[in-house]
Design a binder for this molecule. Structure first.
Ligand code: ADP
Ligand code: MG
Length: 894
C-alpha cells in the first residue's frame, strides 16, 4: 500500500517530471551538482547503452526511482555514444545560484531549464563529431498530397560548418537524393512521417527520423521565416526558390531554433542544387558499390577510405561529399580534373602544400562554435592558426592556375590579414580549453590585464612567504598554507599544535576555521586581506580576458563570410592535391568526360581490390578493358554479358567500371590507362543476393524490387550493373527473368550495361541483340584444377567450373567425385542444342512489347467518348444522356 507521503513527489521530483514531460522524446540530462542524472526509463535506457551503474533515489508512487548519472566533466564522451546510437538528449542545467533558491525557503528547488537539445544532426563539439565527415541535418517537406505527383523539397545544413543547401525533388528520386547527403538526422512533418509509402525510406534511418508538427513546414509563412532568420527583407538576392524548398528551409530553421534555444547559428546563405546536376545513385547502388561505407557500415574498406589522402578534416569532408554526389556537367567535371592535373605536374609544390595543410585546424567548425556562443579560446586560436596557414598556402599556389583553383586563390587573397595580426598580438601561443579558466590573453598585450595579473601574482608570492614567516614565528615546522574552494586560503597545522594555537587566547591572531580528524585550520587577518586582494585581482583579470574574448569573437563573426570562403578554398586545395598524390602513387590517369554515350576504359582496375591484393597476397591485379560505347554512330550504348566461373572476377570487373564512372564524375583521376566516359546521369548496381531481413523482405523479393526500379527508371544515359540477378529462385524462373531483363535493357532502356550471369543459356542472345556482346573470364585448367586468370576476353565460358570451385573450397573428396559423376549424367541427358532452342523459341522482348503497345494504342470507344465530353458545356439533361451513352458503350466493350 502506498502512503500519502509516497504518493506526493518531492519538489525536486515534481520539477523533474514537469521538465521531462515537456521533452518526452529525449533522454533528460538533469543537472545535480557535478553530475547529470537520469531517472526512470531514461536511467534504465542510459545504463544499458552506456554501461553505467543503475542505482535508485527515493520513491515515486511507492516504487523505487531508478537513477543513473554521468559526471559533467566527462559528459561529452557519454553524449557522443548516446548520439551515435541515435538518441536525443535534453541538457537541463541549473539556471540560478543555489543560494537564490535557499532564500525562497528551505524546501525550494534550484530553478532548472533545458538549455539545449543535443540531437544527431545538430552537434558542433569537436569531441562529438567525426572530423572527416560532414554532419547533416535534413528537413523533408512535401506539397500536393501523398501521391506520385507530390512535390518534395529538401533542405540540409551542417551546423558544424554552416553549409546550407536546398533542392526540389520528386518521389522517384527522393531516396537517391537523400542517400547522396547521408544525413545524420531527418526532420519531417508528422503526416509525412506516417505515410505508409515512405516507411521503407524512414526505416533506413531509424531513430534518426524526427517527426515534428506540420506548422514547422507551413508554406504560407515559410518565406517570411527564412527572411527573418537571415535578416533580409526579400530572398531575391539569394536566387529563386520554389515553395516546397522554402517550406523545407523554414522547417530546418525552426528546428534549429527549437534545439539550439537562444543561440543563433551562423548559417550560410542557402544554395540551390539544380535537379539533374548530380549523378543519381539510389541507396541500394550506394550500398552495393560501398562508396563511402562498406555494406557493414564501416568506412574502412570503402572506396572513400581507399582513395582518401587528404590532410585536413575539411578536405576529407569535401572529398566524401564529392564522392557521394558526382557531377553530370562535363565542364564542371573537367575543371576539377584540371585542378588535380595541376598538382600532378607540380610535384614539389604539391609536397609543400600537403605539408602546410597537415596540422591546420578546423576553421569551419571553430567558426560555427563561435557563432553559436559555444566557442572557447582554442577556437580563437584555430582561426589564428588557420589564417596563418592559409596565407602560407596562398603564397605557395603559384600563378596561371586552372579556373577552379584560381577562384580559390581569390578567396584566399581576400582573407582578413588585420584580424590575423590582432589575434596573434592578443592570444597566447598555447591556450586553455575553457574561457572561464582565463590565461589565454598573451602577456604584455593588455596593460590593465598585466597589472591585475601582477597584483595577483604578488599577493600569491606574499602568501607563500607568509608560510615561512608563520612557521618561524610559531615554531611549528609543518605549518602549511593551503587553498580549497570552500575555505579559500587557510593555515593548516597538526592536531596538537592546533590546540596550542587555538589556546593562545588574548590577541587571537590565529582564528580557528575548521577541525579535521588530525589537523586544525586557521586564518589570520593578514591572510584574509591577501586572499581578497588575490580574488579581486583574479576577477579583474578574468573580466578583462573575457572582454577581450568577446571582442575577438565579434570581429571574427564580422569576418565570418571571408573566413568561410577561405576555409572552403583550403579544402578544395587539399582535395585536389590529395587526388593528385593518389594519381601519382597509384598510376591513375585523367579520364575524358564529355556529352557522348561512350564508355571506354582501357586497363581498368578496382581500387579497393587492388589495394587489398597489394596488402595481402601480393598478387598483382589484372587490368581489364571495357567498352560499352555505342557500336554504331549515333546509336545507343552496348551491353556486355559476362559469364565465367565463380571466383573468376566477374563481380570485381562489374564494380570497377561503375567505380571508374563515379570517380571520373566526382572529379578524380581513375585507375586505368585510358578512359572515355560520356556522362552517366544515373548509376544502378544490383550486386549479389543480400538478405534484407530487417525490412522483412526475402532475398529474391529485394532482388526483384531493385531490378524493377532499374528497368523502370534507367534511361539512355544510365549505366547499369546487374550481377547474377535471378539467382534467388528456381533455375527456370531465374533464367527467364534474367533473359527478359537483358532484352528490356537492350530494347527499352537502351542504356550502357554490364550483366554478369551464371546462366550460360543467355549467351545465345548475342545473336539477336545487336548491341550485346559476350565476354568471359579466362580460366586455365591444369591437372584437373582450375586456375583463375581474372582476364576478361570476348566470348562465352565453356563451362562453369562449379565443381572445381567447390573442391577448392574444401568439399569432401567423396562429395566432389559424386558431383562430377552426377554432372556427367546430367550433361548426357541434356537435349542437344537446348541453349539455342531457348532463344529461338521465344519471341524477342521487343516483339512482345510492340504487341502489348498495340493493345494499349487503340483506346476503347468509351474512353474516346469520354474524352470528347465537355462537362462545362452540358445541361443537366444532356449530362444524364451522356452518362447513359457511356454506360452502353462500356457494356459493348465488354
Ligand atoms: P566472381 O564474381 O566471378 O565470383 P569476384 O569478382 O568475386 O568473382 O572475384 C573473386 C576474387 O578474385 C576476388 O576477391 C579477388 O581476390 C580476385 N580477383 C578478381 N578480379 C581480379 C583481378 N582482375 N585481378 C586479380 N585478382 C582478381
Ligand atoms: Mg560474383
Amino acid at each position: 500500500m502506498t502512503t500519502d507521503k509516497d504518493a506526493a513527489p518531492t519538489p525536486m521530483m515534481a520539477q523533474y517530471i514537469e521538465i521531462k514531460a515537456a521533452n518526452p522524446d529525449c533522454l533528460l540530462f538533469y543537472r545535480m551538482g557535478d553530475f547529470y542524472e537520469l531517472f526512470f526509463e531514461d536511467a534504465v535506457e542510459a545504463s544499458r547503452a552506456l554501461g553505467i551503474a543503475l542505482t535508485k533515489r527515493g520513491k515515486h508512487l511507492g516504487a523505487d526511482i531508478p537513477m543513473a548519472g554521468v559526471p559533467v566533466v566527462s559528459a561529452d564522451e557519454y553524449l557522443q555514444r548516446l548520439i551515435g546510437l541515435g538518441h536525443r538528449v535534453a541538457v537541463c542545467e541549473q539556471v540560478e545560484d543555489p543560494a537564490e533558491a535557499r532564500k525562497r525557503g528551505a524546501k525550494s528547488v534550484v530553478r532548472r531549464d533545458v538549455v539545449r537539445l543535443v540531437t544527431p544532426g545538430t552537434i558542433t563539439e569537436e569531441a562529438l563529431l567525426d572530423p572527416g565527415r560532414p554532419n547533416f541535418l535534413l528537413a523533408l517537406a512535401r506539397l500536393g498530397g501523398s501521391g506520385e505527383n507530390a512535390g518534395y523539397g529538401i533542405a540540409w545544413t551542417d551546423l558544424s560548418t554552416g553549409t546550407f543547401k536546398l533542392a526540389e525533388t520528386g518521389r522517384a528520386q527522393l531516396e537517391a537524393d537523400i542517400a547522396a547527403i547521408e544525413p545524420s538526422e531527418i526532420v519531417v512533418a508528422e503526416p509525412v512521417f506516417h505515410d505508409p509509402s515512405l516507411q521503407p525510406l524512414f526505416r533506413r534511418y531509424g531513430r534518426r527520423v524526427q517527426p515534428e508538427p506540420q506548422t514547422l513546414f507551413d508554406g504560407t509563412t515559410a518565406e517570411e521565416r527564412v527572411c527573418r532568420f537571415f535578416g533580409v527583407a526579400t530572398l531575391e538576392g539569394f536566387g529563386g526558390f520554389t515553395r516546397v524548398e522554402l517550406s523545407a528551409a523554414a522547417a530546418l530553421i525552426a528546428y534549429l531554433g527549437k534545439t539550439q534555444m537562444a543561440a543563433h547559428p551562423g548559417l550560410q546563405r542557402p544554395e540551390r542544387i539544380v535537379a539533374g546536376s548530380l549523378m543519381q545513385i539510389d541507396p541500394a547502388t550506394r550500398a552495393s558499390l560501398e562508396l563511402t561505407r562498406t555494406i557493414s557500415g564501416k568506412r574502412q574498406g570503402s572506396l572513400l577510405s581507399a582513395i582518401d589522402r587528404t590532410r585536413t578534416g575539411a578536405g576529407a569532408r569535401l572529398l566524401a561529399g564529392r564522392l557521394a554526389a558526382p557531377l553530370t556537367d562535363p565542364a564542371a567535371i573537367r575543371e576539377r580534373h584540371a585542378s588535380v592535373g595541376r598538382f600532378v605536374e607540380a610535384a614539389p609544390v604539391r609536397q609543400q602544400l600537403r605539408e602546410a595543410l597537415a596540422g591546420l585546424p578546423d576553421v569551419e567548425r571553430a567558426l560555427s562554435r563561435l557563432s553559436l556562443g559555444r566557442g572557447g579560446p582554442r577556437d580563437l586560436a584555430a582561426i589564428r592558426d588557420g589564417l596563418e596557414g592559409a596565407l602560407a598556402i596562398a603564397a605557395l599556389l603559384g600563378d596561371d592556375l586552372p579556373e577552379e583553383l584560381a577562384a580559390r586563390q581569390v578567396a584566399l587573397a581576400a582573407l582578413p590579414v588585420d584580424l590575423l595580426a590582432k589575434l596573434s598580438r592578443l592570444l597566447a601561443d598555447n591556450v586553455p580549453l575553457l574561457r572561464r579558466d582565463g590565461g589565454f590573453v598573451r602577456e604584455g598585450a593588455l596593460p590593465a590585464l598585466d597589472e591585475a595579473r601582477t597584483l595577483r601574482e604578488d599577493a600569491r608570492r606574499v602568501v607563500a612567504e607568509l608560510q615561512g614567516r608563520y612557521a618561524a614565528e610559531t615554531g611549528i615546522r609543518n605549518l602549511r598554507i593551503k587553498h580549497n574552494n570552500v575555505l579559500g586560503y587557510f593555515i593548516e597545522v597538526g592536531d596538537a599544535q592546533g590546540r596550542v594555537l587555538a589556546g593562545e587566547g588574548g590577541e587571537a591572531r590565529f582564528v580557528h576555521r575548521q577541525t579535521m580528524a588530525s589537523a586544525m585550520r586557521f586564518t589570520t587577518g593578514e591572510l584574509a586581506e591577501l586572499e581578497s586582494r588575490i580574488a579581486g585581482a583574479a576577477a579583474e583579470a578574468l573580466r578583462l580576458e573575457l572582454e577581450c574574448f568577446e571582442r575577438l569573437a565579434g570581429e571574427i563573426e564580422a569576418a565570418a563570410e571571408a573566413l568561410r570562403q577561405g576555409a572552403e578554398a583550403l579544402a578544395v586545395v587539399d582535395v585536389s592535391a590529395a587526388l593528385a598524390e593518389l594519381a601519382v602513387a597509384e598510376d591513375w590517369i585523367a579520364p575524358l568526360v564529355d556529352d557522348s554515350l561512350a564508355f571506354a576504359v582501357e586497363c581498368g582496375r578496382h581500387p579497393v581490390v587492388e589495394a587489398a591484393l597489394k596488402a595481402g597476397s601480393g598478387h598483382p591485379f589484372v587490368a581489364n578493358d571495357c567498352d560499352l560505347s555505342p557500336p554504331a554512330e549515333g546509336g545507343a550504348g552496348a551491353i556486355w554479358l559476362i559469364t565465367g566461373p565463380n571466383m573468376g572476377g566477374k563481380s570485381t570487373f562489374l564494380r570497377q567500371n561503375a567505380l571508374i564512372a563515379v570517380l571520373a564524375q566526382a572529379g578524380s583521376y581513375v585507375p586505368a590507362t585510358r578512359a572515355h566516359i560520356g556522362v552517366v546521369d544515373r548509376l544502378f548496381s544490383r550486386v549479389g543476393a543480400s538478405d534484407d531481413l530487417a525490412e522483412g523482405r526475402s532475398t529474391f523479393m529485394v532482388e526483384m524490387v531493385e531490378t524493377a526500379a532499374i528497368l523502370n527508371q534507367a534511361g539512355e544515359r544510365a549505366l547499369v550493373i546487374l550481377d547474377e540477378i535471378g539467382r534467388g529462385t528456381a533455375t527456370y524462373d531465374g533464367l527467364s527473368i534474367a533473359f527478359a531483363a537483358v532484352e528490356h535493357l537492350h530494347e527499352v532502356n537502351r542504356c550502357r550495361a554490364l550483366f554478369a550471369t551464371h546462366f550460360h543459356e543467355m549467351t545465345a542472345l548475342a545473336s539477336r541483340l545487336a548491341r550485346m556482346r559476350n565476354a568471359t573470364m579466362r580460366v586455365k585448367e591444369w591437372e584437373g584444377e582450375v586456375v583463375f586468370l581474372h582476364e576478361v576476353k570476348a566470348g562465352v565460358a565453356d563451362r562453369s567450373y562449379g565443381i572445381q570451385v567447390a573442391k577448392l573450397a574444401g568439399l569432401p573428396h567423396t562429395v566432389v567425385e559424386r558431383a562430377r559423376h552426377v554432372l556427367e549424367e546430367l550433361e548426357k541427358g541434356e537435349q542437344a542444342g537446348r541453349r539455342t532452342a531457348l532463344v529461338d523459341d521465344l519471341p524477342l522482348f521487343s516483339a512482345m512489347a510492340r504487341r502489348a503497345d498495340a493493345t494499349v494504342a487503340a483506346p476503347a470507344p468509351v474512353i474516346e467518348a469520354l474524352g470528347a465530353l465537355d462537362p462545362d458545356a452540358l445541361s443537366p439533361r444532356e449530362a444524364l444522356d451522356a452518362l447513359y451513352r457511356l454506360k452502353s458503350l462500356a457494356l459493348d466493350t465488354r
